[in-house]
Write a protein that binds this ligand. Sequence first.
Ligand SMILES: [Zn+2]
Length: 277
Amino acid sequence: MDFHIDHHRLRTDSANVPYMGSPNAGGVLKPRFLIIHYTASGPDADISKYFFQKSANVSAHLVVRRDGAITQCVPFNVVAWHAGKSQWTGKDGTYYSGLNNAAIGIEIENWGPLNKSDGGWVSWTGAPVDGSKVIEARHKFGVPDCGWEVFTTAQIETVIAAAQAICAEYPIEDIMGHDDIAPGRKSDPGPAWDMNAFKAKVKGEAEIGDAGMVVHSSSGLNIRSGASASFPKVHDIIPDRTRVLVHEASGKWRYVSVLNASGQPDFSGWVHGDWLK
Ligand SMILES: [Zn+2]
């Protein structure tokens, strides 16, 4: 899949992507950042239709559904209303308060955090979610352990292609999650979205980023619920040469997401850092 941008609209070689203009937008945007969101909604709700309503009072530039279908709701040179109260300090020291004025927003259709119910998983609305599409993980800003709906491969590929087109057209300095610019208030896109792998792919890098490490232990590595050997194991032994993403440190211990064969986070916990390289 390949996109490019013409007159601030995303398009393929043959046509603009579907457009559903949101009234919840206005003012000139000179994009400096790209913000990734989840919609916190299920497969039955088309969020671009929600953004189309004035009463929604929110919008984003792009919406990506579970099947990878993409809709543009606001031209990239117009401010959309996706970030809310937020802040960020740019690489040159510029302080941004309210990122709407500086950022393109992409909303990805996904429930976000899920709760256990009767041995299965349910969304915040109570809708059941297939357990094979759920990872258990802790949010990097300390939201308690819960389930998170995984993003589909079609969504990941579409968002990478759209982000590559955006970065080719505008001077995008950084890509952040909504949680990065509104920590504590927002938790999207959350631990199911592998931001390091995503950013590396957008930049065309083969590596998974600074936080990516590999297990080096011929007998495998225990993964536990806390930062010492006294905590219970949360999963079977992680095999030698497994790739992990390191999120935080406590003494010699590291809190990691264990990556599956396709490079996506599978489960999380604490491992001893001596066995990571
Ligand atoms: Zn958001």
